[in-house]
Design a protein around this ligand. Structure first.
Ligand SMILES: N[C@@H](CCC(=O)N[C@@H](CS)C(=O)NCC(=O)O)C(=O)O
Length: 230
């Protein structure tokens, strides 16, 4: 399913990149089997901070979704919620007010307690491409504190997952996509799940086995990439 203009051209477009936030949107799009082309920006050379991209998102970040009518929507969760409104099935936010409330409760917890400290842990670390110091001056103490905070918060998530298959019980949702993507990224930067997190480890394997989890690893969305190749 894709978005086409009157003369058949694609309208909706994702501004994509490597990094966990864009991957959340890719995985969400793949779960919904949507056909949305993507333009991939290279973050390490500052493409997200170019004048062209700042006009789309003044924060100079990805993901950004260009809508069929030419508006730009930034912020990972806002993009996913927008896509769910346009394409409700399969349901990943919620079928009812209660389900949507429950999913948003979990996405908020994951975002504040896991995603944000992981991102800031990276941004303040010496390996960050922000290491020129302009925005996030290297501060290893801040980076280490963020890493420890994530660890403590994962203890809590592990306890919550003891009695359920997914964060929203039996219902797989956007909250699982968000947590999975950031824990996968955390593994890639050398912080794998700890063996003592048994419930979290089982949950992670369950989500990792989904085709969308595997496919979202690559920035390769849509039937048509921008240079016209598949
Ligand atoms: N709050 C934003 C965070 C977006 C974000 O931090 N994206 C990173 C990639 S994972 C980025 O664009 N970094 C570019 C940069 O910092 O130059 C969201 O939810 O989408």
């Amino acid at each position: 399913m894709g978005s086409r203009g009157l003369d058949g051209e694609d309208l909706m477009k994702l501004f994509d990149a490597t990094g966990p936030n864009p991957r959340v949107v890719r995985m969400f799009i793949l779960e919904k089997a949507l056909d949305i082309p993507a333009e991939v920006l290279v973050l390490s050379i500052g493409e997200a901070r170019s004048a062209a991209h700042l006009a789309r998102n003044p924060l100079g970040e990805v993901p950004v979704l260009e809508t069929d009518s030419g508006e730009f929507i930034a912020e990972t969760l806002a993009i996913c919620e927008y896509l769910e409104e346009l394409h409700p099935e399969p349901v990943l936010v919620g079928r009812s007010a209660v389900e949507r409330g429950e999913t948003r409760m979990w996405t908020r917890r994951v975002d504040l307690r896991i995603c944000e400290p992981i991102i800031y842990g990276f941004k303040y670390s010496p390996v960050s491409f922000h290491a020129d110091g302009s925005l996030f001056p290297v501060n290893s103490r801040v980076a280490d504190a963020m890493t420890m905070l994530v660890r403590t918060n994962l203890d809590w998530f592990d306890r919550q997952l003891q009695d359920r298959a997914y964060l929203c019980g039996e219902r797989y949702s956007l909250a699982d996509i968000l947590l999975y993507t950031f824990l996968q990224y955390r593994t890639e930067i050398g912080q794998p799940l700890r063996p003592k997190w048994t419930a979290l480890t089982s949950w992670f394997a369950r989500v990792a086995a989904r085709p969308a989890a595997v496919e979202s690893a690559q920035c390769r969305l849509g039937s048509k990439s921008l240079d016209g190749t598949v």
